[in-house]
Design a protein. Structure first.
Length: 306
């Protein structure tokens, strides 16, 4: 097991909570007449039930896929470029803006409307984003992450259909394997975010094992002598992409087939990430998306069988 049972349980609980919050937020904005806040234009919905009988039909059914792939490549390139040249302030501002927008979308679906509610939500999300980015607090970080990915997912679900999300999951899983096992890009970006930016796009839980706690207590007893000594802390992480893609898939299944298939996707994704946590070895990096995608596909197949 990569982490102890307690830490593994915390990560899984946060993962599942985010999936259900995401399903609620996505469903809220899928209702007729409900628009994204702050004047954001709601994307033109993709055709839900799309049959492929020819190559032309395939391109029509996956019309948004190519734009998403290109946007994803550009975003990864920019993130890697800024990481390479240690553009910490630009990255923090980037994260700051994205978090404000994502939290605003999520909170707008949860907080009842009242006079100047949009302005109030904007103030709240700006304050939360500021403390999340510029004041390190892993508790606030994880609490806000519960709502960040549902907000982002609600932007993408309308433009996707079943064919698009299946292809997208396969492509993301292939990229994840390459980025972790071959190039090491994921490890480099994660370490840079945690060590330099003091933030991380995903769930982040620092903890000490029994041996570390004993050493920490010994150093505390020495007081002044421990000022120049440091204790190495373990970190359990689950990347944001590993959280958001199951939400997007569940949202697509919800609008296409209904609640039960969406719940089966969440169940499959949870089993996939649980398998990874249980059988992964300590101090080794693993691409989570192949395991999550396998679980998602299993949930899809089960929903069709039922």
């Amino acid at each position: 097991m990569k982490h102890n049972i307690k830490i593994t349980a915390i990560l899984l609980i946060m993962f599942v909570l985010t999936q259900f919050i995401g399903l609620y937020v996505v469903n809220y904005y899928s209702q007729e007449g409900r628009q994204l806040p702050y004047g954001m234009e709601t994307p033109e919905p993709a055709e839900i039930h799309c049959e492929i009988n020819s190559i032309l039909d395939f391109f029509k059914c996956t019309e948004y896929l190519y734009s998403l792939v290109i946007a994803f490549i550009i975003a990864i390139f920019l993130l890697f470029f800024l990481t390479k040249f240690k553009a910490e302030l630009i990255l923090k501002i980037w994260f700051f803006i994205v978090i404000i927008i994502a939290l605003g979308i999520a909170f707008n679906s949860i907080i009842p409307s009242f006079p100047y509610s949009s302005a109030a939500i904007l103030i709240i999300t700006t304050i939360l984003a500021f403390f999340k980015i510029f004041k390190r607090s892993f508790l606030l970080h994880n609490l806000t992450e519960l709502f960040v990915y549902p907000g982002i997912a609600s932007v993408f679900v309308p433009i996707l259909n079943l064919w698009t999300i299946i292809i997208l999951l396969i492509l993301i899983s292939i990229y994840d394997m390459w980025a972790v096992w071959h190039s090491g890009i994921m490890q480099k970006m994660a370490k840079f975010q945690i060590n330099k930016l003091k933030i991380f796009a995903g769930f982040f839980v620092p903890y000490m094992d029994k041996k570390m706690r004993v050493k920490f207590q010994q150093l505390k007893l020495k007081k002044g002598k421990s000022q120049n000594q440091r204790i190495k802390v373990n970190v359990a992480i689950l990347g944001g992409g590993d959280v958001i893609f199951p939400i997007i898939t569940a949202g697509v299944m919800l609008k296409t087939f209904g609640l039960i298939p969406a719940l089966l996707v969440i169940l499959g994704a949870t089993i996939g990430v649980s398998y990874l946590f249980i059988f992964a070895e300590k101090k080794k990096f693993y691409p989570a998306m192949p395991f999550i995608t396998a679980g998602i596909f299993a949930g899809m197949v089960l929903s069709w069988l039922l």
